[in-house]
Design a protein around this ligand. Sequence first.
Ligand code: GLA
Length: 395
Amino acid sequence: MYEDLLYSKFIEIYHEKPSFAVRAPGRINLIGEHTDYNEGFVLPAAIDKAIYFYANKRHDKKCFVFAYDLNDSFEFQLDQINKSDKSWANFLLGVIAELQNEGKTIESGFDLIFGGNVPLGAGLSSSAAIESGMGYLLNTMFDLNISKLELALIAQKAEHNFAGVKCGIMDMFASIYGSENQVIKLDCRDLSFKYYPFHHDNYSIFLCNSGVKHNLVESEYNRRREECEEGVRILQKAFPQVDSLRDANMYMLRSQADKMSSTIYKRCKYVIEEIERVKLACEALESDNLEYFGQKMFETHEGLQYDYEVSCPEIDFLVEKAKEFSNDKHLVLGARLMGGGFGGCTINLVQNDSIEAFQNFMIAAYQTEFQRTLQCHEVKISNGVENMESVVFSV
Ligand code: GLA
């Protein structure tokens, strides 16, 4: 298993067994895309693909980190935390810096190895998993007394200030609060949440990874945020109660359409509709209507494609092909772009008996159209970040 490889590598590098071990999962999002930073709802879950950490305390202030998947290492002093040229190291450094800003004392340095099987750049939030896992590990190692919610907020700040992406709270929240076979309906305004069972006998969650990662992701993501803020500023003039797009509705938006560019209008329209879709999708879960839930996923994709404009030809192709495969026989109930956009994965709800046929169909179609290999993953909904007790106790 992946964990065993890391464990052995730890012993090889540091010549002792690790006393601390943490598993921090990646996440999926069933519906509610680009709604988190607009104070709307999201419906994510943690998955059975994770980043693993093994560590020991040291007796000085030095920290050694080995990134297993990159076969790269980095060392630093706890009292000199600065941004690094190694972008991967910034996810870890960011968490330490934010903990220190909160007045938390990390008493000693540490030896660390981390790595995992969350595909990078696939929209599965490997970075949030690293940040959440790092925070959780330090909390455990040094008894920092941090709540789950504080941990999520610290991970988010690390992403803002060290990785430079003004992300919402969804990814870290899902990685931290995940629960087996349950999705989390999170209200990103007050961070209240509710679990919904999501385990279906006939349908599974299947990801198709386009392998595309455009380098505009960060800049375009931040720009979408600004466009939403601009929309709010315009709406506010007529409707002072609108503090975020969560407070707006289509009537308000239409009434102010002539005061904004068509781009801002489309961005706001998408967000307002998507927040509503999450509510409807959750009602569908309550009445066990997975078909309706899937329809909402297709609608989300259309919004992301035409109004929010964060999709790309490869992803649109994958969604179209999923529809074609389903062929009105309910083989694929829903499919859409997942995550920030401009590449990454589609998330599909596929009938269990058709999974193999679906996978073969999608791989062949993608190869023919783009001469690229499609990576497919069936994912299970898992628990959030946790100590791997067996290791802690076996040492
Ligand atoms: C990225 C961000 C999240 C969220 C999604 C889009 O994953 O990190 O906060 O905004 O994009 O829903």
